[in-house]
Structures are given as C-alpha cells and as structure tokens.
Design a protein around this ligand. Sequence first.
Ligand code: F6R
Length: 240
Amino acid sequence: MKYNVFKTKKEASKAAYETFKQYLKPNSVLGLATGGTPTDFYKEIIADYNLGNTSYKNNVTFNLDEYVGISYDHPESYHKFMDTNLFDHIDIDRKNINIPDASSEHLAEEIKKYQNKLNNKTINIQLLGVGSNGHIGFNEPGTFFNVGVHVVDLNEETIEANSRFFNNDKNLVPKQAVTMGIADIMKSEVIILLAFGENKKEAIKSLFDENEPTVDIPCTILKNHPNVYVFVDEEADYNK
Ligand code: F6R
C-alpha cells in the first residue's frame, strides 16, 4: 500500500488524480465513488478534461452503490450526484455509465444484472472513500469478504454521517442501499482510496496496523490487495 499525506483535501485530490492519470487509458473501466470525499478529485478530472487533455468517450464506469427507496432525480441520489459532480461535465457516453438501479421494484433482478455486468468486465481503476467505521462501498462491518452485489442495511453510524446531506435529519436518510461487494472491489486492478478529516483517522490506521484483515473493519481487506494507493489529508493521517 502506498501512503500519501497532503496538507489539504484539495492537494491530496490533485495528487490522487495524477496517479489516476498514470493508469488511465482511453478504454479503462472505472469504478467510481460518491459522497463528500471524491468531489475535489472529480473537479480535477473536469479541469483536465476542459484543457482538452482527456476524453472519456470510450470509458465504462461502474458506481459502487445507490440508496434504496429514493428516485434517480432525488437531489441526494447517487445518480444525481454523479451527473452533477462529473458526468454532466465530460464527454462520457451515457450508455457506458453503470449505477445500480436501486429504485427498481425488482431489486433482486437488478442486483443479478449488475453482478453480471461486473463479472463481464475488469475494473481497471477503482476509486474508494471509506466510512468512519471502515466501510468501503456500503459494505458495513460484519460483511463477509466473499460477497458480491447485495442490498445492505445501513448502520446507525452511516445514517448519522450521511444525514449531513439530508438536512441533518436522520429520518430522511434511506435505510438501505445496493452496493458492490468486497469481492467485486478486490478484483479491481488498481485501487485509489481517499480519506479526509479526523473522523477517518481510525479507519486509515487500521490499514497499516499489524493485524490480519477483519470483517469488523471492512477496509482492512485492502491489505490483501497488491496495488492500493491511499491519499489522505493531515487530519486523517494516522501517524499524527
Ligand atoms: C460512496 C461510498 C461510501 C463512501 C463513505 C464515505 O459511494 O461507497 O463508502 O465513500 O461512506 O463517505 P463520505 O465521502 O461522504 O465521507
């Protein structure tokens, strides 16, 4: 695991983008994350795209997760997030965008479809954030490492953390999500994990301790992945 500390989220995101660009090919399959963490990283993608340096016409994307029970056009759906923060600003071909359809009445079928699509591709570069409880995607503590796409009950800590996007009202936060599994994430060739803020420090520390990976802290499985880059700001630096 390569560990990189920068003073601010902005600087760390810029450096993470440089690493991303080293691996990026015109037809790379990209695994994408949502939430507060990747916003500056996506700004770097857009800025470079606007300079004419990159095209995403032939890239395929897979998002990690989507809330169950809110529609695509809900301002906090991850479909909406991706349009606003990235897809509306680059030349991605809409038919190459994959995000779980968690608003479907046929969730089990949708999960199977998403899993099949993932099984037919290799994610070349996977972007990850991490929950303060160590979740990656929405694989909450206790999730087995061998699971694929599934519905998850979000735990209290996650609902609490994400209420900041829902008028600070926990009751408005969806209680479930569809997420790629840890097995899917671990198949990616390169993983770029970003973490910003004091509340991520413990999760980051767990990536570098002497302990074996444990389902109690899902991100610890990344110790077993051969090519992980971690970018943090000073507040999330576990050495401090
Ligand atoms: C989002 C995702 C989650 C977030 C994590 C951190 O697609 O999969 O694992 O990365 O919950 O969220 P933020 O970035 O809002 O702190």
